[in-house]
Design a protein around this ligand. Structure first.
Ligand code: NOJ
Length: 745
């Protein structure tokens, strides 16, 4: 007899008011095989394992049998509604208990409409924008039957070699927390039961971005303080915003791979934080415990992964193959299995799948969403960071100049970024199309590729030089291809490929003014003619509306307002590089930058070429000194810090006022600066605005020597500044109160 979900749930709801349904009745009726099925997620064989390495695959007929037998909890990343419709029909109508499937996908930065890659969007310093694009992505993806996204990636990334930097929000904890929470709110909406909401997944738990050498999947070894202060807070923010799923990370931390880490998954996540959602393994990460060398075989890997707290196995099939025997032998207690199943069923129930399993599956595939184009353009505009604009070269006039657009990124391709598994009907707007559309006389634009992404083009340099000579200004579109960042795309050298550098040098040698348009998925180390060009825009991978958005900024329809979410080092050898580093015992004195026996490189200044938070607009913004409401912050009090910013320029601009603090003396070393707040202000020419931040002692805490959160009294520096590398601090004293735990010296 089939389970009658509606009636059962109604009974539970009536008796338990707000309490979540226990699913005891259903679980009691499930066989071990059916229970394990609820913990087993697969790619549909008919769609393949796109975006991931191939695995051993059943035949389509075998997978249908699995659906009938209740051996699958859901599919991920399958294309089109037909696959899902058919699978759901089988699960609901032909399986013994009729438990609906849940369809998941990597909806990372848009679905059919592609928004800027997450790192780019973080450059907007506008979490509300990320919330809106996540919402739009959820609307599109749910119309395609997906109710679970494997996003947001909330990994802090401080090593630009790591290809997955592109998927996160950069190097900073405070900024990362804001974007993590915003994206969860966007995907999940106000109520997961609504048809257009998706379960969000905070990933990858944990410290995936700390991979040694920036090498994807590599080992991680860091202190518990660093884990708790840097890598975990964005997860807490995502879960605090209601995020109900967490994905494990591939890496180990200090010898323990995440899938086998009960301290991480049970003690911290479920115990300390009270997380009651589901933990899904990353793709075959349970099986990879064997390669890590902590599991002897697949059975061992299953036991370790499940008992550590990983509820759902993705794609390996390990749980299905080995959990039943482990339960039979008593190595895995049935109660643990039931708990995991209950968590999965509750998620399906929260998503309304028991009530309406076919919801969203019976329409027609829709691949174009014109109503989201304006948002894609706005998000792209606001993700662009202007690093440099010497001599106010930008904005360019729309008429009167001959423009040469040169470089491998002038035309089609490499516009979208690494996670675009669901192509939309309309091709993305190229730079060429965008610039042409903006010009009064489109015939004034010449387009020359000049070079491949990493190989020279025959005759490319001479064509580029000729085009530059014949132009008044050059737009040089150089950087990284899509295939150079993303999963498994780490680089040892974050400079531009030599072929493109040669193109830049040849073009610069013409003496024509050059505007560099960087295409990139990570911080880059800029060299030579690229670094020295008078104008530099970071345009990342901006998605569907790339060309229009870049043209909007180039020609001044909008002032660039993005700020770097990652520092741009001077040299590749400086990575991992981040602004919020602890001081050393031998800092370099500002007055004697060349002094010896100091923590400095022989061949480069320590400072970033462009620090975290940097970015220019078309205004000319001046900062007054930070003004404090008091010089003492009482233990239970508040302190207001005010920055007065003035636009002395002649154009509208948007400024991102940033608040940083430094704890001068503490029981452990504290970062030389830490972001604690930011605010965007729109400043017309001549306008001034006072921006006030409020600090309490809670903003000044850290993880003490005893591993517990602590706040210590004492002196703090505070900056209100346009970046982590600018401004002069004021200071205040956090006053001691004996009633509170203040850590141990
Ligand atoms: C592996 C990636 O690490 C993860 O982020 C992604 O969600 C899964 N593959 C599924 O595609």
């Amino acid at each position: 007899m089939r389970f009658k979900p509606l009636a059962t749930l109604a009974l539970v709801a009536a008796s338990a008011a707000a309490a979540p349904p226990s699913f005891d009745t259903l679980i009691a009726r499930m066989t071990v095989e059916e229970k394990v099925g609820q913990l087993s997620l697969f790619a549909p064989v008919s769609a393949g394992t796109v975006g991931n390495p191939a695995t051993r695959q059943p035949s389509a007929a075998e997978q249908r049998d699995d659906l009938r037998a209740g051996r699958i909890t859901g599919f991920f990343n399958g294309q089109g509604l037909a696959i899902k419709r058919e699978a759901q029909r089988i699960a609901v109508n032909e399986s013994r208990l009729g438990i609906p499937l849940l369809f998941a996908a990597d909806v990372i930065h848009g679905f059919r409409t592609v928004f800027p890659v997450p790192l780019a969007e973080a450059a907007s310093w506008d979490p509300a924008l990320a919330e809106r694009t996540a919402r739009a992505a959820a609307v599109e993806a749910t119309a395609d039957g997906f109710r679970w996204t494997f996003a947001p990636m909330v990994d802090i990334a401080r090593d630009a070699r790591w290809g997955r930097s592109v998927e996160g929000s950069g190097e900073d904890v405070f900024l990362g927390r804001q974007f993590a929470a915003a994206r969860v709110r966007g995907f999940q909406g106000t109520d997961l039961a609504h048809a257009d909401t998706m379960l969000a997944t905070a990933k990858h738990f944990a410290a995936y971005g700390a991979a040694e050498g920036g090498l994807d999947y590599n080992t991680v070894d860091l202190s518990e303080r660093q884990l708790r202060e840097v890598y975990l807070p964005p997860f807490q923010a995502a879960l605090g915003a209601g995020g109900a799923a967490v994905m494990t990370s591939f890496n180990d931390i200090a010898g323990v791979p995440s899938n086998a880490n009960p301290w991480l998954l049970d003690t911290v996540l479920r115990g300390e934080w009270g997380f009651d959602g589901v933990v899904v393994s990353d793709y075959t990460a349970d099986e990879e415990l064997i390669a890590h060398g902590v599991a002897a075989d697949a059975r061992d890997a299953t036991r370790l992964s499940f008992l550590a707290g990983t509820d759902i196995s993705m794609q390996s099939g390990l749980y299905r193959d080995h959990l039943p025997a482990l339960v039979a032998s008593g190595e895995v207690p049935m109660v643990r299995l039931d708990d995991a199943v209950r968590r999965v069923l509750r998620i399906k129930q929260r998503l309304g799948l028991f009530d309406a399993p076919m919801r969203g599956l019976d329409g027609a595939d829709r691949t174009d969403w014109p109503e989201h184009r304006a948002l894609a353009r706005e998000a792209a505009q606001r993700s662009i960071v202007m690093l440099k604009n010497d001599g106010a070269l930008l904005p360019l006039p729309k008429a009167g100049q001959r423009i040469a657009l040169i470089g491998p990124f002038a035309g089609a391709g490499d516009l979208l970024g690494p996670w675009t598994l669901f192509p939309g009907a309309r091709p993305p707007v190229t730079l060429e199309d965008g610039v042409r559309a903006a010009l009064t006389d489109p015939s004034r634009l010449t387009v020359v590729r000049g070079s491949g992404i990493d190989t020279p083009l025959r005759g490319g340099l001479s064509a580029a030089v000729a085009a530059a000579r014949a132009a008044d200004v050059v737009l040089l579109a150089v950087g990284e291809g899509e295939a150079m960042s993303g999963e498994a795309r780490s680089r040892t050298d974050i400079s531009l490929p030599a072929a493109q550098q040669a193109l830049a040098e040849a073009v610069a040698a013409t003496g024509k003014p050059v505007v560099v348009l960087l295409r990139n998925g990570r911080a880059l180390a800029l060299k030579g003619a690229v670094r020295d060009a008078p104008a530099l825009l970071v345009t990342w991978f901006l998605g569907s509306e790339t060309g229009h958005a870049v043209a909007d900024v180039l020609f001044g329809d909008t002032s660039p307002s993005g700020r770097l979410p990652v520092s741009f080092p001077r040299e590749p050898g400086q990575v991992p590089y981040y602004y919020a580093h602890p001081p050393t015992g031998r800092p370099v004195p500002a007055s004697q930058p060349d002094s010896f026996y100091k923590a400095r490189y022989l061949d480069s200044p320590n400072e970033a070429l462009y620090p975290f938070g940097h970015g220019l607009g078309y205004g000319d913004v001046h900062y007054g000194p930070p003004v404090l409401s008091h010089t003492r912050l009482p233990w239970n009090g508040t302190l207001r810090v005010t920055a007065r910013v003035t636009n002395r320029g002649t154009r509208d601009t948007t400024e991102v006022v940033q608040l940083y603090v430094r704890d001068r003396v503490a029981s452990v070393t504290r970062p030389v600066r830490e972001l604690k707040g930011f605010r965007q202000v729109h400043l017309p020419p001549g306008a001034s605005e006072s921006v006030t931040f409020t600090l309490t002692r809670h903003d000044l805490g850290f993880v003490g020597r005893d591993g517990r959160p602590t706040v210590e009294p004492g002196d703090f520096d505070v900056w209100t500044a346009p970046s982590a590398g600018e401004g002069a601090p004021a200071s205040f004293l956090l006053e001691l109160s004996t009633q509170h735990h203040v850590g141990q010296r």
